[in-house]
Ligand binder design. Structure first.
Ligand code: AMP
Length: 199
């Protein structure tokens, strides 16, 4: 029997934003989330909120964050799984800062499979690494983030290069990566992302 004609592709609403520290992920995530009316879920923000409230999770996370190291996968995966089960994520989400390791990619695949869904696209912000160190030092001064000192920043970029950049290959093989020049102005980057997502 003939298959029915393929429906128009649904708009991309299950998204990741990836890029080195200081690429502008948080800023752009807020823009995309607002435009598409989906929640931006930042693992860094959830950790920082827990640090602020001195929860058990926060105390644990801080010990890693202050060194520029990743919080263990087991802790991070459970936190994201719980967040993706909240009602506002049912119709789409933008994950910012997760997954960051190959093990987290596997964990996310399993979570989405249990939810009966999958990723639509991965936005990759491409930036000049030396320039982002400068941006982060500035942010550390302005926001008083304890992980934005030059030494920690260099370590975070090293950890990104070692542990997170291999993810790009994985998602490239799945045809999901949308590359965007992250060095342009905030508005220009936002416009380029929307175009890349076909929104
Ligand atoms: P961010 O705000 O995304 O730069 O995250 C700040 C810090 O939170 C990172 O340097 C890590 O210590 C921790 N963190 C955030 N997301 C993750 C993740 N997916 N896996 C492990 N650690 C994370």
């Amino acid at each position: 029997m003939n298959q029915p004609a393929a429906a128009q592709p649904a708009p991309a609403r299950r998204l990741l934003i990836v890029g080195p520290p200081g690429a502008g992920k948080g800023t752009q995530a807020a823009r995309i989330a607002e435009s598409l009316a989906i929640p931006a879920i930042s693992t860094g923000d959830i950790f920082r909120a827990n640090v602020g409230q001195q929860t058990e999770l926060g105390v644990l996370a801080k010990s890693y964050m202050d060194k520029g190291e990743y919080v263990p996968d087991s802790v991070t995966n459970d936190m994201v799984d719980a967040r993706l089960h909240e009602a506002d994520a049912a119709d789409g989400f933008l994950l910012d800062g997760y997954p960051r390791t190959l093990a987290q990619v596997d964990a996310l695949d399993a979570m989405l499979e249990r939810l009966g869904t999958s990723l639509d696209a991965v936005v990759l912000l491409e930036v000049d690494l030396e320039e982002v160190v400068g941006r982060l030092v500035q942010r550390g001064r302005e926001q008083g983030r304890s992980d934005d000192t030059e030494e920690t920043i260099r370590r975070r970029i090293e950890v990104y290069t070692e542990q997170t950049s291999p993810l790009i290959d994985v998602y490239d093989k799945r045809g999901l990566v949308r590359r965007v020049d992250g060095m342009a102005s905030i508005d220009a980057v936002a416009a380029a992302i929307m175009e890349a997502l076909g929104a």
